[in-house]
Design a protein around this ligand. Structure first.
Ligand code: AMP
Ligand code: FES
Ligand code: ZN
Length: 317
């Protein structure tokens, strides 16, 4: 198998593009796809300060690497969730990348440790407030992404969501017709309030397999294991189903998700989107000033519940 572009030996085939690439041409392909996503969705420019949310996994570390190599000003945030060995290992991978590749580009890593602020890791916190670990985790991550972006005046926040993530999420939303979530699935979401960072997903044109190949070829050391709390999650099943369809008919995933984006971009498709309606009712949380549609935001409510529960479970002195 030879590279479609330069005819030397190919290292990867891409059936959905009817192509095969050598390492050099594959890197150009990955960088081009990311640059195309940034441009077509008006995500950010060369003067903007970007905060990349890095988990230690292949997608977000590849994103940080690509943005730095494309010449963007990209720092990163890692949230240590306190999930035992998994968090320790992912923290190590992020620190290693920050101290080598990122440092060579003059980029900085911010770290937020849940245990330090909340007094417990995600698992214990979720048990304390009787909520599933994944939703507790989601609230904390969203909150910390926004807080750090605001405190350090970043213009935009980028996550490593890829084509597989977005197609699986779309499938889940469509299967249940969760229309309220559909218009929040754009790869570029405007700032929810004046002064808050917009949120973007520059890797939505690249698949999980392509990003794994990019990381391996470029010697990015990432954590291979999935979060232990995610076992049995429905998105894993949706990804498996989509992968079967993709094998039978290459290009299915991109036709599904990009087709949805095409329809969504037509103004007549959504005169007033749910996101716009939500935006109109947002105001600062009365405790922490972050945007919320309620009096007190869900993070502050969660922390208050955790405090009450931990106080009531303390033995009397
Ligand atoms: P996931 O929801 O685990 O698929 O992660 C989606 C994206 O969220 C990743 O690509 C990262 O950009 C970001 N992310 C997930 N976990 C963390 C974390 N612990 N710290 C910082 N960013 C994260
Ligand atoms: Fe949030 Fe696993 S990453 S619970
Ligand atoms: Zn709050």
């Amino acid at each position: 198998m030879n590279c479609t572009k330069c005819k030397t030996k190919a290292v990867i085939d891409l059936p959905r593009h009817n192509a095969a690439f050598c390492k050099g041409c594959f890197n150009v392909f990955v960088h081009d796809q990311t640059a195309k996503a940034i441009k077509s969705q008006k995500m950010f420019g060369k003067d903007d300060r970007i905060l990349v949310a890095v988990s230690g996994g292949k997608d977000s570390l590849a994103l940080w690497d690509i943005l730095l190599k494309l010449g963007y000003k990209a720092d990163a945030l890692y949230v240590n969730l306190g999930i035992g060995a998994y968090s320790e290992e992912s923290h190590r991978k992020v620190t290693k990348f920050a101290e080598t590749t990122a440092a060579a580009h003059g980029a900085t890593l911010h770290v937020h440790t849940v245990q330090e602020e909340a007094g417990a890791g995600i698992k214990e916190l979720a048990q304390l407030i009787h909520r599933p670990a994944c939703s507790t985790c989601g609230t904390i991550k969203r909150y910390q992404f926004n807080r750090v972006a605001l405190e350090h005046k970043y213009d935009v926040m980028a996550t490593g969501h890829n084509l597989d993530d977005e197609a699986a999420r779309l499938l889940g939303n469509v299967l249940r017709w969760q229309e309220e979530y559909l218009d929040k699935q754009a790869p570029s979401l405007p700032a929810s309030l004046e002064g808050f960072a917009k949120k973007v997903k520059p890797l939505y044109r690249l698949s999980e397999r392509e990003l794994a190949a990019y990381s391996v070829l470029n010697r990015i050391d990432y954590i291979v294991e999935e979060c232990p709390m995610a076992k049995g999650a429905r998105t894993i099943l949706y990804k498996e189903v989509l992968n079967r369809l993709e094998t039978e008919s290459p290009g299915t995933k991109q036709a599904f998700y990009w087709g949805f984006l095409d329809k969504q971009s037509k103004p007549e498709a959504a005169p007033t989107t749910m996101a716009e309606r939500d935006q109109a009712s947002l105001h600062p949380c009365s405790v922490c000033q972050q945007p919320t549609t309620a009096e007190v935001c869900s993070y502050c409510k969660m922390m208050a519940r955790a405090k009450t529960h931990s106080a009531s479970s303390c033995p009397p002195v």
